[in-house]
Design a protein around this ligand. Structure first.
Ligand code: PAF
Length: 311
């Protein structure tokens, strides 16, 4: 595994890998790709099994796997956890090695932003709801750094977890709008055995907060049950929201930031009186809830087929 900290070294290492042959033709989203493919997993480190699943998917689909670890300051607000964001480079490198990553890019802030940035990428509309509303400027920081990383790595495929479903929708929009030559591969949420979605921020939770945080997945699993139950998938969006809210409110430590039910990936609101069974698009039930100072996000995506299958 090659570890690089500078953009020039990264480009050199990738260019050398690209000169190697391909492991064979690959089926990627229905298309057959022949050339040496580069799969990219951008992260902010403190890697967990959710990140590992992205690396595994990249290993499966690409010839070369590039991992970046960079806590991107421009996606944090002034009162957010940039300084305390968990970091453990040695452990991250072990995980990367275990998952068969070829190149790890570990830039400093000065390497990524050698001069004050005067260019930002802003995706409109999709960034105005959910985390975009609670964290102003956050997605401009994400799209800007991901666009920079894409320009450095020039990947064929880039892997992102659906836990940040809004991030997936926003990046997909950016790639389409700017004709970026990369395929975004969304990967499923990875959960602990008890349902808690994996997140680097889970380490901030006390034992009691962690226990109570299980209401998040529990509330979302109830939505899944309802959507799959012919007798109950006639619930309205308002009823579904109330069900999620009352489940979360049963935890005294939970402080709800948002619970939203939107189309995916368009992130358009649904009418409260609309019945689940009448919705013609994929839906996402997304939530952000604080436990003490730790803000957790989670979501469930209901694909049209699942909602309609029992109608
Ligand atoms: O999802 C993350 O960890 C970050 O938002 C990303 C995509 C690595 C950009 O900093």
């Amino acid at each position: 595994m090659i570890i690089v900290r500078e953009v020039a070294q990264l480009r050199q290492a990738i260019a050398e890998r690209r000169q190697l042959g391909t492991c064979g033709a690959k089926e990627v989203h229905g298309a057959t790709i022949q050339q040496h493919t580069v799969g990219f997993v951008p992260t902010m480190g403190y890697l967990h099994e959710g990140h590992a699943s992205l690396m595994q998917k990249a290993r499966e689909m690409a010839d070369t796997v590039v991992l970046s670890i960079f806590v991107n300051p421009i996606q944090f607000g002034p009162n957010e956890d940039l300084d305390s964001y968990p970091r453990d480079e040695a452990r991250d490198l072990e995980v990367a090695r275990r998952e068969g990553v070829d190149i790890v890019f570990l830039p400093t802030v000065a390497e990524m932003y050698p001069q004050p940035t005067r260019t930002k990428i802003h995706v409109s509309a999709l960034t105005e709801r959910l985390c975009g509303a609670s964290r102003p400027g956050h997605f401009d920081g994400v799209t800007t750094v991901v666009a920079k990383l894409f320009n450095m790595v020039n990947p064929d495929l880039a892997f992102f977890g659906m836990k940040d479903a809004q991030q997936v929708a926003v990046l997909q929009q950016m790639v389409t709008d700017l004709n970026m030559n990369v395929t975004i591969v969304p990967c499923p949420i990875v959960r602990e055995a008890d349902g808690l979605a994996l997140s680097s921020r889970n380490v901030y939770l006390s034992a009691e907060q962690r226990e109570q945080a299980l209401v998040l997945s529990r509330s979302l699993f109830k939505v899944r049950e309802v959507s799959e139950d012919g007798a109950r998938n006639t619930f309205t969006i308002h009823q579904i929201r109330q069900m999620v809210e009352s489940t979360i409110a049963s935890s005294p430590l939970a402080d709800i930031d948002y619970i939203e039910i939107l189309t995916f990936p368009g992130l358009e609101p649904l009418l409260p009186e609309q019945r689940l069974s009448d919705v013609k698009e994929d839906i996402i039930v997304a939530l952000a809830v604080k436990f003490g100072n730790t803000r957790l996000i989670d979501n469930i995506r209901l694909q049209k087929a699942e909602v309609l299958s029992h109608v």
